[in-house]
Design a binder for this molecule. Structure first.
Ligand SMILES: Nc1ncnc2c1ncn2[C@@H]1O[C@H](COP(=O)(O)OP(=O)(O)O)[C@@H](O)[C@H]1O
Ligand SMILES: [Mg+2]
Length: 253
C-alpha cells in the first residue's frame, strides 16, 4: 500500500494526537527515515514539545494558507531529533483557519503545499487540531492513512461516526486506510475498558493491534521538550510507540 502521509485526527482534545504524532515521528526518524511532522494545531504542542521555537517571527504553517502561500521549504525547521523536520505552528494559525473556509477547494490547500517537498521525505506525519473544521479537513485530505487515537475513557466512541463520515467525504467511499489506536490504557480500570471495547466493537477490525498504556514519561518528555525515546526509551510508553511504529511499517510492506 505504501503509506507515506499519516494524518492523526479526532474531533476530541486530549486523546493523544500530539503525543502519538511526536512519538511516531521520532521513532521513524530513529529508524533512519526522513520525516516531516506538520503541526496543524494552533496550540503548537508538537512544535514546542520537540524543541522548536515558533514565536520568533519566522514563517509558520499558517503561511501555507495565505494568498499567495509561502513555499513550505522556507517554513521547515530542524527538530532536536536527527532526521526529523517540523512544519511549526503557533496560535496565529487560529485566525488564519477562519479564512480557509472561504477558499475554493480549501481541503486541497495542504496537499498542494506539501507536494513539492514530498520527494524529500519518507514519511509526513500531520498532527491535527481537536475539531472537524477546515484545518482537519486539509490534514485528512493530504493523508494516505488516517490514525484515530481513542482515549480509554467514558464516551470514547462519541463522534467517531462523524469523523469517519468526514474521512469518507474527503477520501471517497472505498477508503480503507484508517485505524483506531487505543491510548492511555489503564488495565486497572476494568469497567471503563469493557465499556469502551463494547462501544468500539463495530470497528473491531479497524483497531491497531498495539495499544498505548498510560505512561507518565510521555508527559515528562514534553516538559523536557524532547522525544520519548531520548527521554526514556525503556518506559512503557516508548516501548508501545515503538511497537506501533513496527505495525505501521508492516502495513507498508
Ligand atoms: N499514553 C499516555 N500516558 C500518559 N499521558 C498521556 C498519554 N498520552 C497523552 N498523554 C497526556 O495527555 C494529555 C493530552 O495528550 P495530547 O497528545 O496532547 O492530546 P491531543 O493532542 O489529542 O489533544 C497531554 O498532557 C499528554 O502528555
Ligand atoms: Mg494536540
Amino acid at each position: 500500500m505504501g503509506i507515506q502521509t499519516i494524518s492523526i485526527a479526532t474531533h476530541k482534545g486530549g486523546t493523544g494526537k500530539t503525543v502519538t504524532s511526536m512519538a511516531l515521528s521520532a521513532a521513524l526518524a530513529r529508524r533512519g527515515k526522513r520525516v516531516l511532522l506538520a503541526d496543524l494545531d494552533p496550540q503548537g504542542h508538537s512544535t514546542i514539545g520537540l524543541g522548536v521555537e515558533a514565536n520568533d517571527g519566522l514563517p509558520t504553517v499558517r503561511d501555507v494558507f495565505t494568498e499567495p502561500p509561502v513555499p513550505v521549504h522556507r517554513i521547515l525547521r530542524h527538530s532536536g531529533v536527527p532526521g526529523l523536520e517540523i512544519l511549526p505552528s503557533n496560535i496565529r494559525l487560529e485566525r488564519a483557519a477562519q479564512f480557509i473556509y472561504m477558499r475554493p477547494r480549501r481541503e486541497e490547500l495542504l496537499r498542494r503545499a506539501l507536494a513539492p517537498i514530498r520527494p524529500n521525505f519518507d514519511y509526513i506525519i500531520i498532527d491535527c487540531p481537536p475539531s472537524l473544521g477546515a484545518l482537519t479537513e486539509t490534514g485528512i485530505a493530504a493523508a494516505d492513512f488516517v490514525l484515530v487515537p481513542c482515549q480509554m475513557e467514558a464516551r470514547a466512541a462519541d463522534g467517531l461516526v462523524d469523523l469517519l463520515e468526514l474521512v469518507t467525504v474527503l477520501k471517497g467511499d472505498g477508503f480503507q486506510d484508517w485505524r483506531i489506536l487505543l491510548t492511555k490504557v489503564d488495565h486497572r480500570k476494568t469497567i471503563t475498558n469493557q465499556a469502551v471495547q463494547a462501544a468500539l466493537s463495530p470497528w473491531e477490525s479497524r483497531m491497531f493491534k498495539t495499544a498505548i498504556p498510560q505512561s507518565e514519561p510521555l508527559n515528562q518528555a514534553q516538559i523536557e521538550r524532547t522525544d520519548i525515546f531520548t527521554f526514556d526509551a525503556k518506559s512503557k510508553g516508548a516501548v508501545a510507540y515503538d511497537a506501533l511504529t513496527e505495525e505501521i511499517l508492516s502495513y507498508g510492506r
